[in-house]
Design a binder for this molecule. Structure first.
Ligand SMILES: [Zn+2]
Length: 332
């Protein structure tokens, strides 16, 4: 696949509902160049030193006790600002790595990714880099963000400021999402690039289909790559199953409580308590949006699969079947 096609494919794979650019390409490019130096031995040593110091600072200051006593409402502005800075650091991580290897990073902005509000950095040109350079671009976001979390943890521990410790905790919980290779997050792309496939999900589906049909022509990959892709496919199916199970468990009582929630919101609005009404509606609305996205994705995948099978069945019937050897018909 040529580079231009890869860029077009990458653009199609984005799942943004909408996005707004906050920092233009020229500013991101200038700032990213300042971080070129961290992609080397000194950068790695500094990173290890930061993480170690953060661990020591938190152990000395008894971070978990600080966290237990902390009321986020007391220092909400500090927490949110620190958290936001760590997210910006994440995007600069991607931009700096991209720029370091000679691909111009795009702008940084705010986006709704599926139902999740998030920051983004346009690194589509990373497709022009080599496979292992792209792996560095993929993981750099997590590395920069965890370095920011380490700085926050050091500040929280050294100056007995639980707001910073709490912010570093928030950043860590955010990183768990990015580390999850089963959503299309950073580690998904890192794994995709490390294995050397264009779309890990499409590839894993193709390999599993090939194995089920014993159609070795569809599996020309080396054995280690096939094992990784099949392992990935099995884990993904397990994760989707668990996700659907918990979503239904959470969603069913939520739908049952909906009349009560609507009544409460209406009451708060009539009393002029708009902030409380917004708070009441936010949590169930986010959950319902997530459920709707999940059902939409599962539903459309099911319809596509059924339609494809039906067309295949019809094509077989028209040519008098493919016999009992299970040879798949021509692509439909
Ligand atoms: Zn990222």
């Amino acid at each position: 696949m040529d580079e231009q096609t890869r860029i077009v494919e990458a653009r199609k794979r984005r799942r943004y509902v909408f996005r707004i650019r906050l920092l233009p390409e020229s500013v991101v490019g200038r700032l990213a160049r300042r971080f070129h130096g961290v992609f080397g031995l000194w950068g790695i040593l500094t990173y290890v030193a930061l993480i170690t110091t953060a661990g020591i600072a938190q152990a000395v200051a008894d971070g978990p006790r600080q966290l237990a006593r902390f009321q986020p409402a007391d220092d909400l502005a500090v927490v949110l600002l620190a958290y936001l800075l760590a997210l910006v650091a994440h995007e600069f991580g991607h931009a700096a790595a991209c720029s370091r290897y000679g691909a111009r990073p795009g702008g940084i902005g705010f986006a709704l990714y599926l139902a999740f509000p998030s920051l983004y950095c346009d690194v589509t040109r990373a497709w022009l880099l080599s496979r292992w350079q792209r792996v560095v671009v993929d993981v750099s976001g997590v590395v920069f963000e965890s370095a920011a979390a380490a700085v926050l943890a050091i500040l929280g521990g050294a100056f007995q400021q639980p707001a910073f410790t709490f912010a570093s905790f928030l950043v860590l919980s955010n990183l768990v999402w990015a580390l999850n290779p089963f959503g299309r997050f950073d580690m998904y792309w890192a794994l995709t690039d490390a294995i050397g496939v264009v779309d890990l999900r499409a590839e894993s589906r193709r390999v599993v289909r090939g194995l089920l049909r014993k159609d070795r022509d569809g599996c020309t990959e080396q054995t280690w790559r096939r094992v990784l892709v099949v392992g990935y496919a099995i884990c993904t199916m397990g994760i989707i199953g668990v996700f659907i199970y918990y979503s239904l468990r959470v969603g069913a009582p939520l739908v049952a409580h909906m009349p009560q929630i609507v009544h409460q919101v209406r009451y708060d609005v009539l009393q002029g308590r708009f902030g409380t009404a917004l708070g009441t509606v936010m949590e169930p609305a986010t959950m319902l949006l997530l459920l709707a996205v999940m059902l939409y994705r599962t539903g459309t995948a099911g319809i596509r699969l059924t339609l494809r099978q039906w067309l295949r069945f019809r094509a077989r019937a028209q040519v008098g079947g493919t016999g009992s050897d299970g040879t798949p018909p021509a692509a439909v």
